[in-house]
Write a protein that binds this ligand. Structure first.
Ligand code: SF4
Length: 373
């Protein structure tokens, strides 16, 4: 009998320390994803306890600036894919982005996330300029989330002040990946993730939970794959069918709790990772992000994007906060954190993985960062 056969949900709190020796397998995770009643509550409790023990009570705030909804790609699930002509497109100029980063400091966010579609109008020099100008104003951690770029660019971003980079692998199944991404392939995506880490940048990735065709087994495989990547941050959200896309009529999971159980398992498998309560959880339950924060997550991403642009940045429908501005999101965020009895972290919330210090020491020297410039 394998270790997994003897690992019921009720024993989770006693067993997660031993997983380095015998990690759960796909069958075991499928059973946990299907957990119901007391077992489900036990899973959530175990994840919350692991979160408290390994990454603490503080919630890290990362202010997100969605600076362009223009994208060259056509991911089949995405509301802002290039072929969706119903979307009103926008692109912020460099100075506007730098000004919004200043707002993040006013709101007390120690980190910003600069996110966009794959908009190649911003050259590598443009991105480096933005990073350097923001860093000139004082300490502020910067996460980039701008998609696949030539590998040498990641070194330049690192040299210009990029602390972290987020790029989801979306699914670990190469065939499903190609089906969902008509102009991309999984190998290329993973090559970018490897290059980002090699450039000395903290690495974030993740997947869409409940993609059509994945099933519980697919989710279990994605959970194990994300764990194998040894990520500093893991961002996952539910698949939500978006109008104007080829998957507009695809079904969501019947058991909505699977989305939360996936996050809980992610925490148990990755005790030191930063795990955000992604915005999409609020699209399926009004207090969705609060629930995720009590089931393993420790990061919240308030929106700083000016209200006038927000309706244009909907990767999925029913996105929350599109009628609000940065001030309202800042106020609401504090209320949400306090309502669940947690506190806001004062520090930047860099990687908590035990190997991070070694990776900082091995970070490429600035001269190498200019490779390909
Ligand atoms: S998911 Fe990202 S890369 Fe894909 S179409 Fe949407 S914005 Fe573009």
């Amino acid at each position: 009998m394998s270790n997994q056969d003897t690992m019921p949900v009720s024993k989770l709190t006693q067993t997660f320390d031993d997983w380095a020796i015998a990690p759960p397998d796909v069958d075991c995770l499928v059973r946990w994803l299907a957990a119901d009643g007391d077992d489900k509550e036990m899973l959530y409790r175990a994840a919350d306890q692991a979160r408290a023990r390994f990454v603490g009570e503080d919630i890290h705030l990362r202010g997100i600036i969605e600076f362009s909804n223009i994208c060259r790609l056509n991911c089949n699930y995405c509301g802002i894919r290039a072929k969706n002509t119903a979307v009103e497109r926008y692109r912020l100029d460099k100075e506007e982005i730098i000004e919004l980063a200043f707002r993040a400091r006013v709101y007390g966010y120690p980190t910003i996330v600069l996110q966009s579609g794959e908009d190649t109008t911003y050259s590598c020099d443009d991105i480096c300029y933005i990073l350097e100008e923001i860093k000139k104003d004082g300490p502020l951690a910067i996460t980039l989330s701008i998609g696949e770029r030539p590998h040498e660019e990641y070194y330049r971003y690192s040299g210009s002040g990029c602390d972290r980079y987020l790029m989801r692998f979306e699914t670990s199944d190469p065939e499903l990946f190609s089906k969902l991404h008509p102009d991309d392939n999984l190998e290329k995506r993973l090559g970018c993730l490897e290059a980002i880490r090699a450039a000395g940048i903290q690495l974030g990735s993740g997947f869409l939970i409940g993609l059509p065709g994945a099933g519980l087994e697919g989710i279990a495989r994605d959970l194990l794959f994300a764990t194998k990547l040894q990520l500093d941050m893991i961002g996952c959200g539910p698949f939500i069918p978006s109008p104007g896309t080829p998957l507009a009529d695809a079904p969501m999971l019947e058991d909505r709790d699977v989305y939360y159980k996936a996050i809980a398992i992610l925490r148990l498998l990755n005790p030191y990772a930063h795990i955000p309560a992604t915005t999409a959880f609020d699209a399926i339950f009004k207090d969705g992000r609060n629930r995720v924060l009590t089931r393993g997550a420790n990061v919240f991403m308030p929106n700083i994007t000016p209200q006038r642009y927000r309706p244009g940045y909907q990767l999925y429908p029913n996105k929350p906060c599109i009628d609000e501005d940065g001030d309202q999101c800042a106020l609401c965020t504090r209320g949400r954190v306090h309502s669940i009895g947690r506190k806001i972290a004062a520090d930047a919330g860099h990687s908590m993985r035990p190997d991070w210090i070694d990776r900082v020491a091995a970070k490429p020297a600035p001269s190498l960062s200019s490779a390909g410039a």
